[in-house]
Structures are given as C-alpha cells and as structure tokens.
Design a protein around this ligand. Sequence first.
Ligand SMILES: Nc1nc2c(ncn2[C@@H]2O[C@H](COP(=O)(O)OP(=O)(O)OP(=O)(O)O)[C@@H](O)[C@H]2O)c(=O)[nH]1
Ligand SMILES: [Mg+2]
Length: 331
Amino acid sequence: MSERAPVEELLAGVTGGDRGALSRAITLAESSRPDDLTQAQELIAAVLPKTGSARRIGITGVPGAGKSTAIEALGLWLIEQGHRVAVLVIDPSSSRTGGSILGDKTRMQGLSMNQNAYIRPSPSGGVLGGVARKTREAMLLCEAAGYDVILVESVGVGQSEAELAELVDSLCLLLVPGTGDELQGIKRGIMELADLVFVNKADGDRIPLAKRARGDFRQALRMLPPATPGWETPILIGSATEKTGLTELWESLEAHRALLDESGLLQERRLRQQLRWLNSMIEEAVLTEFNARPGVEGAIAEAEKDVVEGLVTVPQATVRVIEAAGLKPPA
Ligand SMILES: Nc1nc2c(ncn2[C@@H]2O[C@H](COP(=O)(O)OP(=O)(O)OP(=O)(O)O)[C@@H](O)[C@H]2O)c(=O)[nH]1
Ligand SMILES: [Mg+2]
C-alpha cells in the first residue's frame, strides 16, 4: 500500500530531473492504449502548472536545409549561456524509419551527449493531428522537467508548418540558397507563417548566392502580411556548420518573444493554440470511439469495395458506414 501510484512516481521523476522518467512519461503520453491515455491525462494535468515559461521555438525547412545542424550549434551555444535545451523532432509524413532517429542523434551528437540537453525523436504514426498533439504533450513534459528552451524541428512539407505553428511561440524558417528554395520558400503558406527567416549554408563560395537569396526573400516577404502583427519578419543569414549568424538568430528570437510578451500576443497565440488542441483532441476521441464500434471496420471495408466497383456513390457509402456505427446520418 505504501507504493506510490505510477503517475505520482513519474511526476516526481520528471520534475526531479530524472531523464529516464521523462522518457517514460513521453512514451506514456504517446501511447494510444486506453488505460495509458487515462494515466497520461492525469500526468499532463499534474505537470501543467509547472509549464508555460519556456521559449517554444519551431525550426522548419525542406529536408536537408540544415535544421538539425543549426539546432546542434544553437543548442550547444544556449547551454553555454546557462539554458537547458530540449529538442523534439516531428515528421508528420511518418516517412522516417528507426535509422533516421539515429541520424538525428548523430547530427546532434554534442547535444545528445550533453547533460543539459534532451533529444526526443518523432512519435510515429497516429491519426490526423495526433502527431502534433503528442509533440505538445512531450513539450509540456520537457518544460516540467526544467528545460527552458524547447526547439521543435519539423520538416517543411505542406501541412506540417501549420501544425508546427500550432505548437510554438516563434517559427523560424530555414532556407538554402541555390536549391530552388527561393521558389519553394516563397510559397505563400510557409512564408506567411514564419516569424523569422534564416538563410543557411552561407559559407564558402555560397556566400554571394546567399546574399542574393536574402534579397529575393526580402522582396517576396514584402508582399505578405507578417506572421506576427507589428513585427517585421527578419531575414538573417548564416551557416550552421560554420556557426555564424546564430547569435543574431537568437537575438531576433528574443526580440520576437519580447514583442509577443509586451503586446499580449503571446497569451492570445497560446490561447488559440489551446482551443485547437481541444478541437483536435475531441476529433481524435470521437474518431477512436467511432472506429471501435462493432461492425464499423467491416462496413468501411465494404463501402470502399463498393465505391471502387462503382456500386454506390460516396455519399451513399458514407451513410451506410454511419448507420453501421449505430448513428443517424446528418440530414
Ligand atoms: N555547407 C553547409 N552545409 C550544411 C550547413 N548546415 C547543414 N549542412 C549540411 O547539410 C546536410 C543536411 O543537414 P541536416 O542538419 O541534417 O538537415 P535537416 O534540415 O535537419 O534535414 P532533415 O532532418 O533530413 O530534414 C548535412 O550534410 C549538413 O552537414 C551549413 O550551414 N553549411
Ligand atoms: Mg534533421
């Protein structure tokens, strides 16, 4: 009877700085087993009061832009300044295998061996929005464990920047000159969400190219509303491998955070994120409940077959699945 409940024990471990406990807590939060979910919810509720003061920073960019290299350099520098840094890696496309988790750790070798850093790779799979939810919970657990800078790396493909923007206070877009990034980066969706742009790989003979790219991006940004009202999105230039421009990057991140704080936008942004979190949890819960109803799995399979064979229309097939779940189709 003297044994403490698992949640209480995990909580004590997490807040006491036990990295093993932090890892176990994140694994619990990522689990989709119903009994784990209940425990995870208890744990998240318990840590919430200890969260909220960390810097939450998202780093996005096309594969190979240098996100991990930049995080390694920036993270080690921040640790020298007395910070404790947690790195969360998201890949919503789930295209990664176990091998690239190792890849992240080798690319962030200094951090992965540093006592003041914690690296957590992407949760794999999951339903719509699920990856972002799991990353949010991992972030909260890291904050409760005393990490005051949370760097979230997410590969920039389509929807993923929008998911990342839902998690962080400041979103930094990493661009590489001379790789067609000029065009990709200018894609409205990505540019519109970025609070900061960092033109990476400005080293060796790429420097003139990088400077030109910065001019192009500046031009492109002028056409767009800033991601943060009242903030002129800076376009910085530097090299993650040469460790140049990173101090300026951090200073800009600090300035952005200060603006968010002073203007009340931080609170507004986080509140909006919480409402999205609520919505996505409701969607996830409803969908899980729906899929678990007897007959639904079979009805979906049958509906798919019939649609493929042209026997029913998609709306008809949808009604059948909904009825199979024992629900009334929308009028
Ligand atoms: N020359 C140069 N190479 C760089 C720089 N930053 C990163 N690289 C190289 O670019 C390659 C990709 O770097 P990563 O840091 O793994 O890029 P990433 O954006 O994290 O890639 P994914 O996680 O696969 O999306 C590596 O070979 C790095 O050494 C830089 O500033 N200059
Ligand atoms: Mg990477």
